[in-house]
Design a protein around this ligand. Structure first.
Ligand code: UTP
Length: 297
């Protein structure tokens, strides 16, 4: 495979889940549209794609998710209104959202699992490598996690997923990987070869404390693996099961990326992301920090 064929141009953002962990907020609105400080969750994810050099975004939506499409569409009435009030900065900001990248949408008719959501994007991805970013996981910071794993793929040509260390007592909340050292590479010990992936193991059964973070760069062969993946836990087609097949047949790497993720589809994760991002805000971050100190917790 030439390096040119390894270029990752497209990203799939699965956003068709029901968001049951965030009820009642998600009863009538997509969890991916919940605002963290001043932007919906999924905009952080799209901005990560932009900063990583992705050109095309494919969002997997479902019933009740129209707000996502509207958010990334142009809004002429709003723009005209803001222009008439002389609010040029806001006009630019609103325009920049719809001009950010090329967007396509596909619908997952039923939320049959993350693996099924990725498979739904098969036609739009075609026969090329692509990134997957979970629409409810945000990774703030200067060096996008997606860019970090794209660099591995573009150099080595083997699917690569982002992982991070989690406390041993929390392995039952994540997909956990079993690894062996990768051959000598410029990423040193941070790059590992995946032997197996286990969904939410009890701490005593966990093969490591390296958790799958929600950022993947995959070759198109993952689609065949997912086609052959039977429904797993909860009757859903699990991406983890498809990745296990890919690891066996083609190989799969894990990169301990630099950064920290927030599972903002979970109430506590959402609150942590909100505090972290608010503290970095150039307008009111310092004032917010002072306020938190005053709380004397
Ligand atoms: P989650 O498991 O976090 O999402 O999937 P969920 O199922 O919506 O949430 P809970 O557990 O009920 O609270 C991670 C991402 O994958 C998408 C979700 O929208 C989310 O962004 N997803 C999940 C799909 O697109 N389709 C599915 O069938 C499942």
């Amino acid at each position: 495979m030439t390096k040119k064929n390894r270029r990752v141009r497209k990203a799939v953002l699965p956003a068709a889940g029901l968001g049951t962990r965030f009820l009642p907020a998600t009863k009538a609105q997509p969890k991916e549209m919940l605002p963290v400080v001043d932007k919906p969750l999924i905009q952080y994810v799209v901005e990560e794609c932009l900063a990583s050099g992705i050109e095309n975004i494919i969002i997997v939506t479902g019933r009740g998710k129209n707000a996502i499409e509207d958010h990334f569409d142009s809004s002429p009435e709003l723009e005209r209104f803001l222009e008439s009030k002389g609010k040029t900065e806001q006009v630019e900001m609103v325009r920049s959202i719809s001009n950010m990248l090329n967007f396509s949408y596909t619908r997952q008719k039923e939320p049959l699992g993350l693996g099924h959501a990725v498979l739904t994007a098969r036609e739009l991805v075609g026969d090329e490598p692509f990134a997957v970013l979970l629409g409810d996981v945000i990774i703030p910071g200067p060096c996008p996690a997606t860019r970090q794993i794209m660099e591995v793929y573009e150099e080595i040509g083997i699917g690569t997923i982002a992982v991070e260390t989690v406390p041993t007592e929390r392995t039952n909340l994540y997909g956990i990987i079993d690894t062996q050292p990768a051959d000598q590479t410029r990423w040193g010990k941070r790059l590992l070869r995946i032997r197996n992936l286990v969904e939410k193991p009890k701490p005593a059964d966990a093969p490591s404390n390296l958790a799958v973070t929600g950022r993947y760069v995959l070759p198109p062969e993952i689609f065949d693996c997912l086609e052959r993946t039977p429904p797993g836990s909860g009757g859903e087609i699990q991406l983890t099961d498809g990745l296990r097949l890919l690891a066996q047949e083609q190989g799969l790497y894990a990169l301990e990326y630099e950064g920290q993720s927030y599972d903002a589809g979970d109430k506590l994760g959402f609150l942590k992301a909100t505090v972290e991002i608010a503290l970095q805000n150039s307008e009111f971050g310092e004032e917010f920090r002072a306020y938190l100190r005053e709380l004397k917790l």
